[in-house]
Design a protein around this ligand. Structure first.
Ligand SMILES: Nc1ncnc2c1ncn2[C@@H]1O[C@H](COP(=O)(O)OP(=O)(O)O)[C@@H](O)[C@H]1O
Ligand SMILES: [Mg+2]
Length: 218
């Protein structure tokens, strides 16, 4: 089992972001997280990234346990999880190459390894020819593909995608979804929160529905 949530609850003070969630996620699985705005999808993703720790209950992610994990171990965990957001969160005045290289620079890889690896990944997302352009100059669809490249450059076991197509036109949304499917087919687990039902209607990926911070696994 890759992720195990037990009575997982996050309280924001003014109310619960998620409440009493019991769920597990398998290695290599593609899971769709569905439900209306405010139901707790982003909160669940943030707990998986250990960006917030549970108020009650716990989450185990591979060898990491939210009850015991140190700040240092949280950084290790995040090196093995890629994450993408609706608003891309690129550094707009850096180049495409630099944005994708950043995670490798931070973990002290050599220039040669970084160059080779970033080239391979940019080729995979179809953006090799834009490597020198400022991220801010790209279209939304291209920005999200750069964000995907940055998320997978360290070869994560899991990619968290929080409404990755929310700001994209249908064609760009399709391309981004196809890329996530390809990444998954190569062995990486994907958990994707989405409102875009048209995009996913023909897939048989596992669907998890959330409502008011709780989870319904159908
Ligand atoms: N940082 C925060 N501080 C206070 N309340 C929050 C915070 N983040 C989320 N919430 C609340 O938690 C609930 C779940 O939010 P969220 O996880 O963002 O839902 P979703 O991603 O499904 O739209 C909502 O009621 C929201 O207002
Ligand atoms: Mg959200």
């Amino acid at each position: 089992m890759m992720i195990e949530c037990k009575k997982l609850t996050v309280n924001f003070g003014n109310g619960e972001g998620i409440r009493n969630i019991n769920a597990s996620f398998n290695e290599g699985e593609f899971t769709l997280l569905l439900g209306p705005t405010g139901c707790g999808k982003s909160t669940l993703m943030r707990v998986i990234y250990m960006d917030i720790l549970p108020t009650k209950g716990h989450i185990n992610i591979r060898k990491w346990d939210s009850r015991k994990i140190s700040k240092r171990q949280i950084l290790h965990l995040r090196r093995e999880i890629g994450i993408i957001f609706q608003d891309f969160r690129l550094i707009e005045n850096l180049s495409v190459f630099e944005n994708v290289a950043l995670p490798l620079i931070m973990t002290g890889h050599s220039r040669r390894i970084i160059k080779d690896r970033v080239e391979v990944i940019l080729d995979e997302v179809g953006l090799l020819e834009t490597w020198h352009q400022k991220a801010g100059s790209l279209s939304g669809g291209e920005k999200q593909r750069v964000a995907i490249a940055r998320a997978i450059v360290k070869n994560p076991f899991l990619v968290l995608a929080d409404e990755p197509t929310g700001n994209l036109d249908p064609e760009a949304a399709n391309t981004v979804f196809e890329l996530l499917r390809k990444i998954n087919s190569l062995g990486t687990a994907v958990i994707m929160a989405t409102h875009n039902y048209g995009l996913i209607e023909d897939t048989d990926y596992r669907r998890i529905y959330m409502e008011n911070g709780s989870l319904m696994d159908l």
